[in-house]
Design a protein. Structure first.
Length: 494
């Protein structure tokens, strides 16, 4: 049985019962920093260690992408910073208001989900902070939402006393004159950019709204895309992108900082790339009354099978070489859903039980519907995606971990662990997969000097595991304690 903790920094008393399965959330915290900034590194580590820490984790094995596994360490946390990382054998007894014995356990940096939409499904929005934290996700990158809905949520998540992951957001999808996500049959999370001038105006508006990066979408025309990129660079904003359908991956990819879903790379790995590109351009320039979601979907349905059937090894090698400096966020758990549907897992129903009551029955029904469709779903794109990620990784292309939560049966938090499993299946090592969910997302938002590792001076977002994730990446699910912003916010009572 698990219980909900109200954790005072000076105690660890258990209070009231928790819904769902095996974790607890702290409802009363005193957090001294907002989520939107990081302090400078500790200037005098020795002086910091002499202070009474808020939290000490003792005798623990550390696991991060820089140093792998390091056994028997003490980690001290003060405010929102790691102030000491020392071998237990040489460290003096830590002075701390709260101590967690990490003997036999494994401490990793807090995990990121690099691709979420927190306002896409309004019934889930309020529950998302709790859900993410319960699965060890201490930071998220929101990759598309209209500002009127998104900004109030960002403000809540970043409030000084909020129990929520750190959030970095882009605002709406920056689409072309025709918008895919325009509110007709799908949620409205996109905005039009019909001309270069409108593109520059939208970037200025987003910069004024305080976005952390921008995201370009698929129906944007090449001259508009280049105007978006230029304006974002002038505004010092990182760029996430789907490859515009009127461009190739090798042309657009090097101009942005991350690419999502591997989308449209297959169209550039074809022996018929030029023919497919000309056909796409004609359809997009002359859409008639075709809605954006239908136009985009029709192009994918028509051209993806053609591209996969005409796959060219040399062409794809050239594409991969062009993408060597662009983080790829493949969302493999989405791309491979026809191969590995989440509702086949034994813990799927338990995970759904954590959702708000008014969402649970709908998600279960959705699962049953997809399960019935599974035998008829094409698997070629899933197989290609796994192979492509392996090739990208082998070529040194950086990989980031994201899920597209809550789209395509992506449960907040839960699905990030599935993504890590798929990355390992594609060819990443367990340590590489952890890097994809820690270092690479921090690098994208330019916080890699203060986030993503277990290092003195880094922020104190950490996850304590019962089992070694380097032996089996599925062990990232064995969560004992989640530390967010320097405070223990989730614990298992088992």
């Amino acid at each position: 049985m698990h219980r909900l903790n109200t954790i005072d920094p000076n105690t660890s008393n258990v209070a009231v019962p928790l819904w769902g399965r095996g974790l607890i959330i702290a409802l009363s915290l005193a957090v001294s920093l907002t989520l939107s900034g990081c302090q400078a590194p500790i200037a005098d580590a020795a002086l910091a260690r002499a202070q009474t820490a808020d939290l000490a984790i003792t005798n623990v094995t550390l696991v991060d992408a820089a140093d792998g596994a390091r056994s028997n360490y003490n980690v001290l946390i003060l405010d929102d910073k790691i102030i000491s990382v020392e071998p237990s054998s040489t460290a003096t007894a830590p002075a701390a208001r709260q101590t967690i014995d990490g003997s036999g356990k494994y401490l990793i940096p807090g995990l990121w989900d690099m691709h979420v939409h927190i306002t896409y499904e309004p019934e889930l929005t309020n529950a998302m902070p709790e859900l993410f934290l319960s699965w060890g996700i201490t930071s998220v990158r929101d990759t598309g939402g209209l500002l009127p809905a998104l900004l109030p949520e960002v403000q809540k998540w970043r409030a000084a006393n909020a129990v929520a992951p750190r959030i970095f957001f882009s605002g709406p999808l920056l689409d072309g004159g025709t918008v895919v996500y325009n509110g007709d049959a799908v949620p409205e999370i996109g905005t039009a950019n019909p001309t270069p001038d409108s593109a520059r105006a939208n970037i200025a508006r987003l910069q004024a709204a305080g976005v952390d990066f921008v995201k370009t979408y698929e129906l944007v025309e090449p001259d508009v895309f280049k105007a978006l990129v230029s304006a974002a660079r002038e505004a010092n904003l990182p760029i996430a992108s789907h490859v515009p359908l009127m461009m190739t991956a090798r042309e657009a990819g090097p101009l942005v900082d991350s690419m999502e879903h591997l989308r449209n790379i297959e169209l550039d790995c074809s022996a018929d790339t030029a023919t497919l590109l000309a056909d796409r351009r004609q359809k997009i320039l002359n859409p008639g009354a075709t809605p954006g979601i239908t136009l985009r979907g029709g192009i994918h349905a028509d051209q993806r099978p053609q591209a996969l059937a005409s796959f060219d090894v040399e062409e794809c090698s050239a594409v991969i070489a062009a993408l060597r400096n662009t983080i790829q966020v493949p969302t493999l758990r989405l791309n491979t859903s026809a191969l590995y549907q989440p509702f086949d897992r034994s813990d799927w129903r338990d995970a759904i039980a954590r959702l708000p009551l008014d969402s649970q029955s709908r998600w279960l029904t959705q699962s049953e519907t997809w399960a019935k469709r599974r035998p008829s779903l094409p698997t070629a794109n899933g197989e290609f995606s796994l192979e492509l990620v392996g090739k990208l990784h082998a070529a040194g292309v950086p990989i980031g971990a994201g899920t597209d939560t809550p789209i395509g049966s992506a449960l907040p938090g839960y699905s990030l662990h599935t993504e890590l499993e798929r990355l390992v299946e594609a060819g990443l090592s367990e340590l590489d997969a952890l890097q994809a969910a820690t270092v690479q997302p921090a690098r994208f938002v330019r916080k890699d000097s203060t986030m993503g590792l277990i290092v003195e001076g880094y922020i104190a977002d950490l996850v304590l595991l019962e089992r070694n994730p380097l032996e089996d990446i599925r062990n990232t699910r064995s969560i004992n304690t989640v530390i967010s912003k320097g405070r223990s916010v989730w614990q298992s009572s088992e």
